[in-house]
Design a protein around this ligand. Structure first.
Ligand code: LIP
Length: 262
């Protein structure tokens, strides 16, 4: 199939996301909950949105594989083209009606993310980027912040609630970052926190043990917005695997790694 990711329309993708999700994002759906593990939940809405998006993408792009957070079959060949979807990033927020959750969708070709879209279900903000073509919020170009010093940095810190057994190390890192930065924030949706790095609302983001569907779309968003996104040692990410994620505006994350070991 002669397919060029540059031809993907973010506007068309946003319309599909709205059309599929609007009928499922209800309080009723948020109360039908299954417990997947410690602090790890899935609702009827997560499953229904993933099913609907998968059907639409399979209809439009039948040659592209699909990997979703809620799917049974998560075996894909990452040497090819793969959609990577989190239907509701911030499921705990959704369950608690905190109104801070999003859909995150990425396209990776041979493990390189070339397209990403992150749609905030409650504000309607739509972040998107294509490789080599810039990063945008509702059609306007976005760029990471210009903050140069850690003491003036707002750091969003993901607390990895699925991994309570690692609380000691997570809280040690939280204290280190808290003491070096201006302040800490925690919003409960990795994809939105990473989008906020891309548009300069926050300067740093860290979270241990994120899955590809949490961070994949944000990789291209942050790269096209002038920032960096790596593992906790500053190394490139393998989008086929869970990863400890460190993202920033290209300056302060490097200073953080010079100052501490995560
Ligand atoms: C969540 C992330 C959040 C993280 C949670 C979970 P989900 O994604 O957005 O930052 O702390 O452990 O991974 O499960 O709501 O799609």
């Amino acid at each position: 199939m002669d397919f060029h990711y540059q031809e993907l329309s973010a506007q068309k993708m946003e319309e599909i996301i709205k059309q599929v999700s609007q009928k499922y994002l209800t309080r009723e759906a948020s109360l039908h909950i299954e417990e997947k593990g410690v602090s790890n939940f899935v609702t009827e809405a997560d499953k229904a949105i993933e099913k609907g998006i998968k059907e639409e993408l399979s209809r439009l792009y039948p040659w592209i594989q699909f990997l979703g957070e809620e799917g049974e079959d998560q075996n894909v060949d990452f040497s090819g083209a793969v959609w990577i979807l989190d239907p509701i990033d911030g499921t705990a927020n959704f369950i608690h009606d905190l109104r801070h959750s999003c859909l995150s969708l990425a396209l990776a070709i041979n493990k390189e993310v070339v397209f990403g879209i992150i749609y905030h279900y409650y504000t309607g903000e739509c972040f998107y980027a294509k490789k080599g073509m810039g990063a945008y919020l509702n059609g306007s170009p976005i760029h990471v912040s210009s903050v140069k010093e850690l003491k003036y940095s707002l750091a969003s810190f993901g607390t990895s609630p699925y991994y309570k057994e690692e609380a000691e190390g997570i809280c040690d890192n939280l204290k280190k970052v808290y003491l070096l930065c201006e302040d800490i924030r925690r919003f409960g949706s990795a994809a939105l926190e990473l989008s906020y790095v891309a548009c300069g609302r926050i300067d740093l983001y860290l979270e241990k043990g994120l899955k590809p569907w949490d961070y994949a779309a944000a990789i291209i968003l942050i790269q096209e917005a002038g920032g960096t996104i790596t593992d906790y040692q500053g190394h490139p990410i393998d989008v086929s695997k869970p990863c400890d994620i460190l993202a920033g505006n290209g300056v302060v994350e490097k200073k953080l790694l010079e100052a501490i070991t995560l």
